[in-house]
Structure formats: structure tokens, C-alpha cells
Design a protein around this ligand. Sequence first.
Ligand SMILES: Cc1ncc(COP(=O)(O)O)c(C=O)c1O
Length: 388
Amino acid sequence: MAGPYSLWGELDSLLQDREEAGLLRRVSTWTPRSARCIEAPDGRSLVHFGANDYLALSWEPRVREAACVLPSGRYGAGASPLLTGHTEAHEVLRRRLAAMACSEGALLFSSGYAANVGVVSALAKGEDVVFSDRLNHASLIDGCRLSRARTFIYPHADLEELRALVRRHRGEGRRAWVVTDSVFSMDGDVAPVEKLEALAQEYDLGLIVDEAHATGVYGERGSGLLEERGCRSDRWIKVGTLSKAIGCSGGFVVGPGVLIRYLENAARSFLYSTSLPLGHCRAAAVAVDMLGAMGKERSALRSVSQTLRDRLRDLGHRVGKGDSPIIPIYAPSVRDVVAWSQRLAEGGFYVPAIRPPTVPEGGSLLRVSLNIAHTPGDLDALVDACRF
Ligand SMILES: Cc1ncc(COP(=O)(O)O)c(C=O)c1O
């Protein structure tokens, strides 16, 4: 005879465990006020160092105007792309993304998450091997899991360890892949893309790179780190998102026509999901169009990032290296990072505390995320508030 249904009690005790470890998370309601300010759930206005809208394009009037529903048009796409969900708005956006990346084609997904999961699981087969950076985004990790390929995790950005793994296991797979973020989402550092390209050539590896945080931020056209570093091998398969510097929502992959035609038939998160709303596509197309002319903003962002890192180091903090707009300030413990974030909020700044499982155990950090709307005064005040 069954007793009371046990699931709810079990979930409650799992949540309590998380709470005791300081790891319980909750959704709360925030009100964006401008590219640099956000209103907290308690009504206080905070300088926003937590968004990925690096170029403030989600506030750009032309982008917002393009997102409006046309009087004669629909809002939702109403169907998946291979039925009737692919419209002129989707086609224009995919052509612009392909042009930005100097690629033959592009394919749209409902999010960057869906793009990574769809691309990796459609390309890596059960008889393949995958080498995946330890700090890759969850969506690449899930893509590897779904692919059923044998996956080897290499220590973060460690080319020598990766080479050793490749030497040992390359022969065990029909095809072998390296899967990596280009800019890492929490640590804000970059993958050694030139060396990965050379390794791929040497051992005949496929390369899947997630340019989510590099799009708009690196490269003369703003297409990402591969453009910046001159990595032009035709082995690269580049995934990106419209949700960060492009300021909208949705994901994409760019590459040769044959790749796009294959993924149109094989990427399940593309095939079995409704196309993006039309306004998203129009807004993103305007933002993508603007990226090429934002070289000055890119340089400014990167130089502010370097200066801020130096100033935080001068205060004695352990700060990640690089010049991306994501600046990690490492904390000794989960409790410290939560306390630091709370203190900053009390001082008028939103800087999220990032804890396991988003980062590995022991890797808790404050994630400072810059955008071009922050003023020199905002940065001075933040440095001042970081004296802990
Ligand atoms: C590196 C990386 N890849 C992919 C994603 C997923 O993108 P999206 O938020 O568009 O689903 C994110 C963002 O959360 C990310 O940080």
C-alpha cells in the first residue's frame, strides 16, 4: 500500500541542503532603468555590473524600434522553421550573421543554449571522441552528453594536457572534436584559439567554438575572437548568441553551406522548436548591422577592462587575466562571495556572486560585467566599494 507521495518531501530536503550550503538560488523581479542602472526588487536603484549587454545595444533606439510588431504583421513565428516559421525577417538576419562572419551561411536557434546543444549533438556521433574544456558553458557540456560521444575533459585552456589527451585517445574515435568557449563566461579569459587551430591541423580534429561572449566584443567586424586572432581554418564551426552584445535573444551557428544544410536536417533543437519571434529577428538584424562600425566602443571597453583589473589588483584582490568585459574577482569561499555581493548592493552596485555549480568548487567569484554606458565615475565608485 503506497504511503503519501514522497517526491515533494524529497525535493524540499534537497533544497534545504542547498540552503545550508549557501547555494540556494531564487528568481526575483528586477526592473531595468537604463544601460547602466537597474532597480532591485526592494526598489533601490543600483549601478548594473551584471548584464551581458556589453555594447548597450538592447537600449539602442534603432534596435528597439525594429523590435516593434508591424501593424500588418504577427508577433510569434507560429511554427518551426521547416514548416512555416521561417520568414523574410529570419532570412535577412541569417544573411547578416553570415556576412558578419564572412561565412557561406547561418542557422538560427531559439537561444544560444539551444544552438550549442543542437550543433554539438548533431555533429559529434557515438563513435567519435570529444575533448572539452573544463570551464565550458553548460550548453556545450549538455551537447556533449546528448551526443553520446566519448568525452574527455581537459584542464582549463591547458594546451599541453589537451595535446597529451589527444595523443592518447585520438585513435579511439572515427572523428575527434575539440569543443570550447572562446571567451569563458564566468572567468572572462580566452581560449588559446591559434594553438587549438594548429593542434586540430596536426591531429585532424574538428573545432566547435562558442563565441557567445566574444561576438561584438572582438574583431574588426565584431564577429568574435577568431576574427581578432586571424584564425581562418575551415575546421572552425562558430556558434554564437544574439543575447549578449547583440542585445536581443536567440542563437546561431555560421559556417559553410554544407554544414548549414546538414544542421537544418539534423539539429533537433532547431528542427523541433518554434522559430524566433519576427521582432527579435528584425531587432537583431539592426544590431548586427551596427557591429562593424563599433570599433571605437570595442577598444574603449577593452581598455576600461584592463584598467579596472589593475585597480582591483592594487586593492589586493585576485582578479582574472585578460581584457574581456567579464572581470572575475575570486573569493575565498561561498560565504565571502555572497557577503561581498551584498555589501556592494548596499553601496549601490549590482555585482552577482557566482557560486558552484555554475563555477567549480572553490571557484566562487564576483562577476563584474562592463558595458559602454558605465561612466568613469561608476568605475571609481565601484573600486572604492571593493575595499573588502
Ligand atoms: C558561453 C555561453 N554560451 C551560451 C550561452 C547561452 O546563451 P543564451 O542565453 O542565448 O541561451 C551563454 C549564456 O548564458 C553563455 O555564457
